[in-house]
Design a protein around this ligand. Structure first.
Ligand code: DAH
Length: 366
């Protein structure tokens, strides 16, 4: 009898002192487990005479109940303590902003395309698009480059193995100029559009990537001349680079789809190792840099596109978007544009809310 009383007291003390749920479980097994002393004591009842059993049973039963109650109570206490500790440990600062810090950004190429659209829209230009998978008629033939034209070979074209149902070669467009043809065929004259987009050439080094971006410009109307072209490009570049001292030089050149053809150079100087556009290219400390090609639309191209060249004239231009983006925003390696490195995007990217507008500045960076 006193044995049980003592043993019970010892168990209750140990339970009260258990520092953890694991330690408490040990105490449970020790007393109430299959081979625990209470369980073994209960088993001895079976071998007793009824009188002995009536005498011994209540003590064992009440020991079992007392220990079970103590275990439950201690378990609840330990669980509550653990929860309190966790709540204290895992605090949440409810004053932090609900959304995580800005992660995504607008790629400089997208930003510059938006800037182009904004500036040219103000000059009355629409934005046109065309397919990146083209046929050789739109990409070459209609631009006055027939099958034997050497300029075709210079374009490092990616061809597809299959032909169109009417026997045309299928390729990745090598420039945005086929959009000229598609737009003229679709809407006729007069026309005033830009066509920004991806173009592809099998070429790759620090300044060339197999995919890059161009913007095409096309104006067709009556009495359009080279002066309109120069004014348009000058007005565009002044707005784009946000400075008045832009000086352009039109240098005679050759493109099959324009006649006459010119290359467009801009005066620049070098400040802190970086090219900065502005000023006359022949002024001291200045030089000329090529920005793109242009010219008066070749009459054969107008004919291919179903427009009467005796009635309408036009000018066209093609600029490298990546290149003018690099000039404006100061990147020096074209390849990084297409690596998708989040650190680069974080550094050079734009906020979604930074929409270019003429009134707020087309290049404003928040
Ligand atoms: N398509 C030419 C190229 O990718 C660029 C170009 C030159 C476009 C003269 C034009 C143009 O519209 O008139 O090299």
């Amino acid at each position: 009898m006193t044995d049980i009383t003592n043993q019970t007291q010892a168990a209750l003390d140990a339970i009260a002192a258990a520092p953890s749920l694991d330690a408490l479980e040990e105490q449970r097994l020790d007393a109430l487990g299959k081979k625990g002393w209470v369980s073994l004591a209960l088993k001895t009842l079976g071998g007793m005479s009824p009188d002995e059993r009536t005498a011994a049973a209540p003590a064992i039963q009440s020991a079992r109940a007392a220990i079970a109650d103590a275990l439950d109570a201690k378990k609840a206490a330990l669980e509550t303590a653990e929860l309190e500790a966790r709540l204290a440990r895992e605090t949440i600062d409810l004053t932090l902003p609900a959304a995580p810090a800005r992660r995504g950004s607008v790629h400089p190429v997208s930003q510059v395309m938006d800037e182009l659209a904004e500036i040219f829209a103000d000059l009355g230009f629409a934005v046109a698009t065309g397919p990146e998978i083209e046929d050789d008629w739109h990409n070459f033939t209609a631009l006055n480059m027939d099958e034997t034209h050497p300029a075709r070979a210079m374009h490092d074209t990616f061809y597809f193995p299959d032909k169109t149902s009417d026997g045309r070669e299928v390729l990745l467009r090598t420039h945005t100029s086929p959009v000229q043809i598609r737009s003229m065929l679709a809407q006729g004259a007069p026309i005033r559009l830009i066509a920004p987009g991806r173009v592809y050439r099998s070429d790759s080094d620090a300044t060339h990537t197999p995919m890059f971006h161009q913007v095409e410009g096309l104006v067709v109307g009556r009495d359009i001349h080279l002066g309109h072209l120069k004014w348009t490009l000058e007005t565009f570049f002044k707005a784009f680079f946000e400075r008045e001292d832009i000086v352009l030089r039109l240098r005679p050149s050759y493109f099959p789809f324009t006649e006459p053809s010119v290359e467009v150079d801009v005066g620049y100087s070098t400040e802190g190792g970086r090219r900065v556009v502005g000023g006359h290219g022949d002024a001291p400390g200045h030089a000329w840099m090529e920005l793109g090609g242009s010219g008066m639309v070749n009459r054969r191209v107008l004919e291919f596109a179903g427009i009467d060249p005796d009635e309408y004239q036009g000018f066209a231009f093609g600029l490298g978007i990546d290149r003018i983006a690099m000039l404006k925003y100061g990147m020096n390696d074209l390849r990084a544009f297409f690596d998708g490195d989040p650190r680069w995007l974080q550094h050079y990217g734009f906020s979604l809310f930074d929409q270019p507008t003429l009134s707020a500045g087309v290049g404003a960076k928040v």
